[in-house]
Design a protein around this ligand. Structure first.
Ligand SMILES: Cc1cc2nc3c(=O)[nH]c(=O)nc-3n(C[C@H](O)[C@H](O)[C@H](O)COP(=O)(O)OP(=O)(O)OC[C@H]3O[C@@H](n4cnc5c(N)ncnc54)[C@H](O)[C@@H]3O)c2cc1C
Length: 441
C-alpha cells in the first residue's frame, strides 16, 4: 500500500513523486525500464534543455498543442520555481541562445541524478523494472495498480532509441499494489526505446477515458521518394519554407532546414510538422513543401541580379552562374525544376527561361508524403483528452483517485525547453494535489 503511486519515472513522474513525498505522502514511482529518465537522458542532444528563461506568458504560445490547458499549472510551478529547485539541489544552470536553459555541467545525467536524490531524500521509493499493466478499481474509483516485473526490456546496448520495444519485453507474473491515488505519467509514444511507447494507452481506454489519436509533432517531414536523395546532408540557412495543402499555404517559417536520409529536418520543418501530421491524419490533402531559397530578394530583384550576372559572366554556362547564387547540391535540382539545361551558355538564355529560373529559386517545391513516423518525433501530440482532466489539479474529472501529468496528456510544445517545463509543472501540480487528497488536506 502507498498513498500515491506514480506510473512512469520520467520528467513528470519524478517531479510528481518528489512533490507528493515532500507533502508527507508515502510514494512509489514505478518505472518499467532499468533506469528512470531514459528519455530525459537524450534531451537537448544529451545536455537536457530543462526549461526556457522567457516570461511565463510566452510559454502558452510555445505550446501549440493545447498550451492554454496548462495556464494554471505553469503558474503553480514556474520556470523560476524549477530553477530554484535545481539550485537547492546544487545543480547550476546556464541560459543560452533563445532562452534555452541547460545544466551548467552540460550533462542530462546530472539532472536525473538530482531527481533521484531529491526523491530519495523526500522519502519516495523508486521501483525500476516494473511495468504497470492495469488498475484495481471500485465503481468510479481507482484503488491501486496491477504491475509486472520486467525480466528483459528487450533492448541491446547502443540500440537506437527510435526502435520499438513493443512485443520484445519479457514480463514476470502480475502483482497488485493498493494506493490512495495513482498518477499516470507514462509519456508519449516517440523514441519508444526509451520506454515511452504508448503501452499504457489501451489500459486507459479500457477505463473508459477518451484518448486523442497519438500523432508525431516535432518530427522531420517526409518527401516523396526520389525527390531529395541528391540533397542528403545539405543544410540551408535563412530560407523561407511553406507547407501547401491542396495548393494552399497552411504554414510558413523562416530559418534553417536540413536534408537528411529520407527526410527534411531542421528547426523550421520540425515546427511545421505538427500541422502536416494532423493534415495527413485527418484530411489527406496533397502536400508540398515550397522553399524560397532567396527570401531577401523579391522576384524583381532576383531577376535583376540574374541579368547582371548573365551580363558579367556571359561566357559561362548556366549551371556555373547559378552556382554563384545557390549551394552546389541545389544547382541541378533547381535547373531541373525550371526545365533548364545547365550546359547552356548564359548568353543564350531567353527571358522566359530566366523568369522560370526566378520561379524555381523562389518556389523550390518538393512533394511530401507527410511526416516521418511517430517513433522519430521529439514529442507526441494527442493522448488523454483534456476534457477528462481538471487543469487546476490534474485530477480525472470522472474517476476518483486518478491523476495525469506530462506528455501522456494531449499537450505538446515547440523545442526550447517548453516540453520539459510542461512535464515538470504538471507533475508538480498532480503530485501536490494527489498528496493533499490522500492526506485529507
Ligand atoms: C530526442 C529528444 C530530445 C528532446 N529534447 C528536449 C529538450 O531538450 N527539452 C525539452 O523540453 N523537451 C525535449 N524533449 C521532449 C521531452 O523529453 C518530453 O516531452 C518529456 O520527457 C516528457 O516527460 P514525461 O515524463 O511526460 O514522459 P517521459 O519522459 O517519456 O517518461 C515516461 C516514463 O514512463 C515510463 N513508462 C511508460 N509506460 C510505463 C508503464 N506501463 N509502467 C511503468 N513505466 C512506464 C517510460 O519508461 C518513461 O520512463 C525531447 C524528446 C526527444 C525524444
Amino acid at each position: 500500500m502507498a498513498d500515491v503511486i506514480i506510473i512512469g519515472g520520467g520528467a513528470a513522474g519524478l517531479m510528481a513523486g518528489i512533490t507528493a513525498a515532500r507533502q508527507g505522502a508515502s510514494v512509489v514511482v514505478l518505472e518499467r525500464m532499468k533506469e528512470p529518465g531514459k528519455k530525459m537522458m537524450i534531451t537537448g542532444k544529451g545536455r537536457c534543455n530543462i526549461t526556457n528563461a522567457c516570461p511565463m506568458e510566452e510559454f502558452i504560445p510555445n505550446l501549440p498543442g493545447n498550451g492554454k490547458f496548462l495556464f494554471s499549472a505553469l503558474q503553480q510551478f514556474t520556470n523560476d520555481d524549477l530553477l530554484r529547485f535545481f539550485q537547492e539541489q546544487g545543480l547550476e544552470t546556464v541560459t543560452e541562445r533563445g532562452g534555452r536553459v541547460f545544466p551548467a555541467t552540460g550533462k542530462a545525467k546530472d539532472v536525473i541524478a538530482v531527481f533521484r536524490f531529491a526523491l530519495q531524500k523526500a522519502g519516495g521509493r523508486l521501483v525500476t523494472g516494473a511495468q504497470a499493466t492495469g488498475f484495481t478499481v471500485k465503481p468510479g474509483q481507482v484503488t491501486g495498480i496491477r504491475y509486472r516485473t520486467v525480466e528483459n526490456d528487450g533492448r541491446r546496448d547502443g540500440q537506437d532509441f527510435r526502435s520499438q520495444t513493443k512485443g520484445k519485453m519479457k514480463l514476470g507474473p502480475e502483482h497488485t499494489l493498493d494506493a490512495g491515488a495513482v498518477i499516470v505519467c507514462t509519456g508519449g509514444a516517440s523514441y519508444p526505446g526509451t520506454g515511452s511507447d504508448g503501452n499504457f494507452v489501451p489500459v486507459l481506454e479500457m477505463l473508459g477515458l477518451s484518448i486523442e489519436p497519438l500523432l508525431p509533432a516535432l518530427v522531420p517531414l517526409q518527401p516523396e521518394e526520389g525527390f531529395t536523395e541528391d540533397l542528403e546532408g545539405l543544410q540551408l540557412k535563412n530560407v523561407e519554407a511553406s507547407v501547401l495543402a491542396d495548393g494552399k499555404v497552411v504554414a510558413k517559417e523562416f530559418g534553417e532546414l536540413q536534408f537528411i536520409r529520407g527526410g527534411i529536418a531542421g528547426p523550421i520543418c520540425l515546427t511545421m510538422s505538427r500541422k502536416v501530421a494532423r493534415l495527413q491524419h485527418y484530411n489527406q490533402p496533397e502536400l508540398e513543401l515550397s522553399i524560397d531559397l532567396k527570401p531577401a530578394l523579391s522576384d524583381e530583384k532576383l531577376e535583376a541580379r540574374l541579368i547582371r550576372d548573365f551580363q558579367e559572366f556571359s561566357k559561362l554556362r548556366l549551371a556555373e552562374v547559378v552556382r554563384k547564387l545557390l549551394p552546389q547540391p541545389l544547382v541541378e535540382s533547381v535547373l531541373d525544376t525550371a526545365f533548364l539545361v545547365g550546359k547552356k551558355q548564359v548568353s543564350q538564355v531567353s527571358k522566359e527561361e530566366r523568369l522560370a529560373l526566378v520561379q524555381a529559386v523562389k518556389h523550390f517545391t518538393i512533394p511530401l508524403m507527410g511526416t516521418r513516423p511517430l517513433a522519430e518525433a521529439i514529442v507526441t501530440a494527442g493522448g488523454v483528452a483534456l476534457k477528462e482532466i481538471d487543469p487546476k489539479t490534474m485530477k480525472s474529472k470522472r474517476i476518483a483517485g486518478l491523476y495525469f501529468a506530462g506528455e501522456v496528456m494531449d499537450v505538446d510544445g515547440y523545442t526550447g525547453g517548453f516540453n520539459l517545463q510542461a512535464a515538470f509543472s504538471s507533475g508538480y501540480v498532480a503530485g501536490l494535489h494527489a498528496a493533499k487528497q490522500v492526506l485529507n488536506r
